[in-house]
Design a protein around this ligand. Structure first.
Ligand SMILES: [Fe+2]
Ligand SMILES: [Fe+2]
Length: 187
């Protein structure tokens, strides 16, 4: 399983939430703001506890330190934004600050850091899959069946399904394995 593909799908989800906040007005923004804050916070924790430490031997220290610093900045900007009412003057500027920081960070992860891990860290990626899935489960971050299917080989999904205690994993099709794993993460 290529967990970086799943992280990239999280990024797309965050971008979609930014767009929803921008399109909504006043109080109608609140549910999207809450979803954005929860989703970003969980994504950063997942990267900091599982992904960054595992990739460090491949990328070296600098990208990890940079990533952690950018996450800290994002958390501060996010807290400032959440502290303002969505119809309060200044909210737009606070939103723009969060969005710009995240856009920069995502560009680095997707443009430099993740490609390097894919290129030079195949084993690191493979070893990360099980703790990555366990941490997502703990954080309440389900992965869709489509995302699992697209980021993994059948053998990888069968392996994950066995680790997760899904019965008959050896006899299931790739799509069925992805469905079963996704379903387990939602429950
Ligand atoms: Fe990320
Ligand atoms: Fe990150």
């Amino acid at each position: 399983m290529d967990v970086t593909r799943i992280l990239e799908l999280d990024h797309r989800e965050v971008e979609a939430l930014f767009a929803k906040i921008e399109r909504a007005e006043g109080k109608a923004r609140t549910p999207f703001i809450e979803e954005l804050a929860a989703s970003l916070t969980a994504h950063m924790e997942l990267e900091e506890t599982i992904v960054y430490p595992a990739m460090r031997p491949v990328t070296g220290d600098e990208p990890v330190q940079e990533g952690e610093t950018e996450h800290d900045l994002a958390r501060k900007d996010l807290a400032a934004m959440v502290g303002l009412a969505p119809d309060e003057p200044g909210f737009g500027a606070a939103l723009a600050a969060v969005q710009a920081g995240i856009a920069h960070h995502v560009e680095e992860e997707e443009g430099e850091v993740f490609p390097k891990v894919r290129r030079d860290g195949a084993k690191v990626l493979a070893d990360m899959a099980t703790p990555f899935m366990a941490k997502r489960l703990e954080l309440g971050m389900p992965v869709s069946a489509d995302a699992l299917d697209a980021s993994s080989t059948k053998a990888e999904l069968a392996d994950e399904a066995k680790q997760a205690g899904i019965k008959d994993a050896g006899d299931m099709s790739k799509g069925a394995l992805a469905e079963a794993l996704a379903k387990q993460m939602e429950s």
